[in-house]
Design a protein around this ligand. Structure first.
Ligand SMILES: Cc1nc2c(=O)[nH]c(=O)nc-2n(C[C@H](O)[C@H](O)[C@H](O)CO)c1C
Length: 156
């Protein structure tokens, strides 16, 4: 066991258990790492969860949020997002903000697939950043990678 610790923060509002997907993916990618999970009611509760995870020793955190379809939900996401960025700046620690917007598609099966893909791909991104450092993603720069969708591809 190494001393790498990953934080996973998720919500009961979410309609897909993305926290579990993140835990499984991180465990597969970095079996030596430790994971601390923290589940809160909704996205506006994620910033403090992420901050507490970092204060408790996490080297990086992934948050998994679900935004409803209403204008109020979207404003809530804006507030949560600013909170998560603030946590990153306060702690100089990556908080990968994985968010599913319920109006990305009307098709619920497709929405589930987007959530699973996004949670998995960003969990791998977190492991790369935490375990391998700031250059870990450089080989993938400009490749048009997408989470939740097919990659858009490189133009040059
Ligand atoms: C309007 C609203 N929309 C969402 C949402 O789209 N997604 C979500 O996860 N949570 C939402 N919440 C709940 C807040 O994030 C928070 O959980 C409560 O205000 C309690 O602090 C609220 C209040």
């Amino acid at each position: 066991m190494t001393d790498r610790i990953y934080g996973v923060a998720d919500t009961t509002f979410s309609r897909v258990n993305m926290g579990e997907i993140a835990v499984k993916t991180i465990t597969k990618e970095d079996p030596e790492g430790k994971i601390i999970r923290y589940t809160v009611p909704g996205i506006k509760d994620l910033p403090v969860a992420a901050k507490k995870l970092i204060e408790e020793g996490c080297d990086g955190v992934i948050t998994l949020g679900w935004v409803g379809k209403t204008q109020l939900d979207k404003y809530s996401y804006l507030a949560a997002s600013i909170g998560l960025i603030t946590v990153q700046l306060m702690t100089s620690t990556h908080v990968i903000d994985v968010t599913i917007h319920e109006d990305e598609t009307e098709d619920e099966e497709r929405l589930r697939d987007i959530a699973i893909d996004r949670a998995k791909k960003h969990s791998i991104n977190l492991v790369k950043l935490v375990r391998d450092g700031r250059s870990a993603l450089t080989g993938l720069a400009g490749k048009g990678l997408r989470q939740g969708y097919e990659n858009a591809g490189q133009l040059d």
